[in-house]
Design a protein around this ligand. Structure first.
Ligand SMILES: NC(=O)c1ccc[n+]([C@@H]2O[C@H](COP(=O)([O-])OP(=O)(O)OC[C@H]3O[C@@H](n4cnc5c(N)ncnc54)[C@H](O)[C@@H]3O)[C@@H](O)[C@H]2O)c1
Length: 359
């Protein structure tokens, strides 16, 4: 039985994760699945109470005794330095070597897209390299604070690091029947990194001859995603470009409240989290949209091989949007818990509908 650590964290994380749990329990019931769900108290409250962010032993337990983590959000105005979030979130990403940041951006209803002429389906599945690139912190400053200041931010690209993310994207496309894998880079201006990415992409791509493969410069890709997002399927890219492209793609498919993500070390560790933060401005008011966290449940189910169960969750979210059962950010008037309850009911009733259709 998969063992899942539920880490609500801070702010609206503590409101959306219980709804994700409610939905997971509902879908598990109708699909006959079993999960061992364990609540974890990690976040600002614990840090302020005990002075502890996360211990080495807790890392070990999460790494060795759990199959996945579902995290809400971390960040609290009472911890202005955000050190607990850094220790927990970045600690988990780096110590578990979660090198895939998977950001699926799937448009569930055309009215959620800010572009006028876009229709469903738009399904952009972004594989962002999560452990190297421009975000390692390597570099330095010289003559700081003077007009001659020099700032160097290194962009690290290793064959091994690039090869494993590119392979993860191709394997995903093959396993899920996606037609195309697109590499996004800036190989015309950043020739050393771009050259490495292109050679790896071509070499790994040869093992997947049934998939269409192309490479697009990142600046052109921002235009392409606005012009014809429906052309693209699986996108693989570096840490920096992935950060930017995935926010654009998320906004094209409904925005922050709807966006889920997964941090993965395929075959070893998986951590799912909605893309949004802890939203202190609306925390504790029942205004948080739980769809991002709930769609993490769909990702989690697919990750464990329960694709039909995952689709059931996605369908319920699409139905909630169609029925106007949404929180205020999407124009509805329902509370976080009200939306979660509706989804759980819908999943249970939907299961009865399935049986009705079959007999
Ligand atoms: N992965 C994470 O845990 C993560 C990610 C981003 C930010 N943060 C942290 O969260 C805190 C707040 O950051 P921020 O304000 O820049 O980003 P945020 O995502 O928390 O909020 C941005 C805006 O979007 C709204 N919003 C976000 N999620 C929503 C939801 N589910 N439903 C309805 N509205 C929603 C908020 O009310 C706010 O106006 C900071 O401490 C930041 O460090 C954490």
């Amino acid at each position: 039985m998969p063992r899942i650590a539920l880490v609500p964290g801070d702010g609206i994380g503590t409101e959306v994760v219980p709804e994700a749990r409610r939905v997971l329990e509902a879908v598990a019931r109708v699909e006959g699945l079993e999960f061992d769900l364990v609540d974890w108290d990690l976040g600002a409250d614990r840090y302020l109470r005990e002075g502890v962010t996360i211990t080495d032993e807790e890392f070990r337990i999460l790494s060795e005794e759990y199959d996945a983590i579902l995290l809400g959000a971390l960040g609290d105005p009472r911890v202005p330095g955000n050190e607990h979030a850094r220790d927990i979130l970045l600690g988990l990403r780096f110590r578990l070597d979660l090198y895939v940041n998977f950001r699926p951006c799937v448009l569930l209803a055309p009215e959620l897209c800010p572009l006028k002429r876009v229709k469903v389906p738009v399904r952009l599945e972004i594989f962002r390299e999560n452990t190297e690139g421009a975000y390692t912190g390597l570099g330095g400053a010289f003559k700081k604070g003077t007009p001659h200041e020099v700032a160097i931010e290194e962009d690290i690209n290793t064959w091994t690091g690039v090869e494993r993310i590119v392979r993860a994207a191709f394997e995903f496309a093959r396993a899920r029947g996606r037609p195309r894998v697109t590499l996004v880079d800036k190989a015309n201006a950043m020739r050393h990194a771009g050259g490495l990415w292109r050679r790896v992409f071509a070499e790994v791509g040869r093992e997947f001859p049934e998939l269409e493969q192309d490479a697009v410069y990142v600046d052109a890709m921002t235009m392409e995603l606005v012009r014809r997002p429906e052309r693209y399927a699986v996108i693989v890219t570096s840490n920096l470009f992935g950060d930017i492209i995935s926010d654009l793609a998320a906004e094209l498919t409904g925005g922050l409240g709807l966006a889920p993500s997964a941090n993965l070390h395929p075959g070893r560790h998986a951590m799912f989290e909605p893309v949004h933060g802890s939203a202190p401005d609306i925390a504790g008011k029942g205004l948080a949209n739980p769809f991002g966290a709930v769609r993490c449940v769909a990702l989690l189910l697919a990750h464990f091989g329960f694709a039909a169960a995952g689709e059931r969750v996605e369908r319920a979210v699409a139905e909630a949007i169609a029925a106007g059962r949404t929180t205020r950010d999407l124009g509805g008037s329902f509370t976080t818990a009200g939306v979660g309850e509706w989804l759980a009911d819908r999943i249970s009733v939907g299961a009865t509908d399935d049986i009705g259709t079959r007999t």
